[in-house]
Structures are given as C-alpha cells and as structure tokens.
Design a binder for this molecule. Structure first.
Ligand SMILES: Nc1ncnc2c1ncn2[C@@H]1O[C@H](COP(=O)(O)OP(=O)(O)OP(=O)(O)O)[C@@H](O)[C@H]1O
Ligand SMILES: [Mg+2]
Length: 269
C-alpha cells in the first residue's frame, strides 16, 4: 500500500453511486485550498470520464488564454492497471503537497478502495434522495426510520479498520449533501432525519455541500469556480450566494491547516 509523506493530508471523494457530485465537489475543494496558498495535487482515478482532469485542463487553458493568475493545483490521471504504477503516481503527487485530492469513479473500483483506505478525510457526496441513501442505509418504508446500514457503509467501515491496523490513525468520514434545494421539502427533511440517525450509528459527520445551481454546470468549460472572483467581472447575487455556500462547505470540512511552509498568500481568496 502506498504512503505519502506524513504531512500530506489526503482527501478522497468516493461514492459507488454515480452522479452524486464527487468530481464537482472535488474540483471546488482543490481550487479553494490552492486559493489559500496551499500546495494541492489532484489525482483522478476515473480514467474514463476524467472529469477532474478535464476541468483542470480547461482551467489551464483559461489561464493561458486570458493571462490571469489563477490558483492552479497540479493534477494527473491514473490510467495504468497495476498497483506498482498506482503507488508511484501517488508518491509523486503527494511529495511536496499539503493536500492530495483524489476523485474516484462512481462504481466499485480496486484503486478507489485502496484510496479510501489511505484517506485522512473521506468525503461521500450524495443527493437528497432515498435512491442515493440506499447505498449507505436502508429505511422502513412507512416510518422512514433507519433499519440497517448498507453495503457501502460496511465497505467504509472495513477501510477504517484497515487504516487503524496499518498506522493507528482514523479516517474522518464526511457525508456531504450535494445539490441542496433552496426550498424546504418533505423529502429533504426525511432524508436529513435518516442521515442523522445513520451518522450516529456508523460514525460519519454530516455537512452541507453545494446548493442546486446551474452555475456549477456552466463553469466547467472555463475550468472556473466561484472563488475565481477576478475572472468573473461583475458578480451577480447568485454568484455571491454560491461563493458563500462554498466557503461554508470548506469550513464544515474542517481540514487541518498545512504544517509547513506557511501559506504564501493567506487570505487571497
Ligand atoms: N451543486 C450542483 N448544482 C447543479 N448541478 C450539479 C451540482 N453538483 C453536480 N452537478 C451536476 O450533476 C452531474 C453529476 O455531477 P458530477 O459529475 O460531479 O458527479 P460524480 O459523482 O462525479 O459522477 P460520476 O459518478 O459519474 O463520476 C453533472 O452534470 C454536474 O454538473
Ligand atoms: Mg465523477
């Protein structure tokens, strides 16, 4: 199993359910950290879709085209099939990085499992839907009370045990509610209640993620995020609100500050 230098904080985005917002959230977190002056490396394990890789390629092209000095994480996509190649790439990316941000495919994948076991923070984005919820827990159809954890919660449980055995450390498992609606709905409350029950039972933290906004889909071709204020020109009210929810998500993730070196331009965001 590969291991990076101890001072690299590994954040893995994982959910075997597809389309829950792993890649979108991963890119936003990586860029928000880079904007604070941290050294950020991204590893895309989804070599078919390569959303994070393509997002950051688009960003590099925007920087080149406009000459703007935007915070830019380094990134690579894992395309090989061997453990040895995976370990090598993992080592290269984590060397000198304060944070390694790893995106994984929305399906069972051996490298995603390894990455989960190596994570310090494991983020599972999900939508407010019992279809998404079903992977981590089952509910009673009449009362919506949680009846039992599902296979994905068990898989993470195993990853945590594996990690504790390997180096005695714990994985901070965070379930992040993506695409939150701005109007209060009955389904939203039910999913929230069920998540609250399950959080206590299987030991994850529940945090709010990005809201449901078209802007998160529109920014992909230019590789921008809400914190790239200077690339936006004038910011509309929606942009300001979106930037605020991104900041709240970052605060709720409660990632450790990098030990050394001190942030180059702290507060730039
Ligand atoms: N907060 C949001 N608001 C609006 N659209 C969103 C939001 N988050 C994600 N999306 C859209 O939802 C779709 C799925 O998001 P994304 O690709 O990030 O999920 P994923 O979990 O990485 O998917 P996969 O499992 O296929 O890799 C994309 O079209 C994305 O633009
Ligand atoms: Mg993805």
């Amino acid at each position: 199993m590969p291991s990076g230098p101890d001072n690299t904080h590994v954040i893995v985005f994982a959910n075997e359910k597809g389309g829950t917002g792993k890649s979108t959230t991963a890119v936003h977190v990586a860029i928000a950290l880079a904007a604070k002056g941290a050294r950020v490396a991204c590893l895309d394990l989804d070599h078919r879709q390569r959303t994070v890789g393509r997002y950051l390629d688009n960003r590099a092209a925007t920087i080149k085209r406009t000459g703007q000095d935007l915070p830019m994480p380094v990134h690579a996509t894992h395309t090989a099939q061997t453990e040895a190649a995976f370990e090598e790439l993992w080592g290269q990316l984590s060397a000198g990085a304060d944070y390694l941000v790893v995106d994984t495919p929305g399906r069972d994948d051996p490298f995603a499992r390894t990455a989960a076991a190596l994570s310090d923070t494991l983020v599972t984005p999900m939508n407010d839907s019992f279809v998404d919820f079903d992977l981590i827990g089952q509910v009673d159809p009449e009362t919506y009370k949680v009846t039992r954890p599902s296979f994905y919660a068990e898989l993470i449980w195993d990853a945590r045990k594996q990690r504790a055995r390997a180096d005695g450390t714990t994985i901070d498992w965070v379930v992040l509610r993506n695409r939150l609606q701005h109007i209060e709905a009955r389904n939203m409350r039910r999913v929230q209640d069920a998540l609250g029950q399950l959080a206590k039972r299987v030991g994850f933290r529940l945090i709010p993620g990005l809201g449901e906004r078209v802007i998160y889909r529109e920014l992909f071709p230019a590789g921008l995020t809400m914190i790239d204020a200077k690339a936006f020109g004038q910011m509309g009210l929606g942009h300001v609100a979106a930037r605020q929810e991104l900041r709240e998500m970052m605060a709720a993730l409660a990632l450790p500050e990098p030990a050394l070196p001190l942030f180059a331009d702290a507060g730039a965001a």
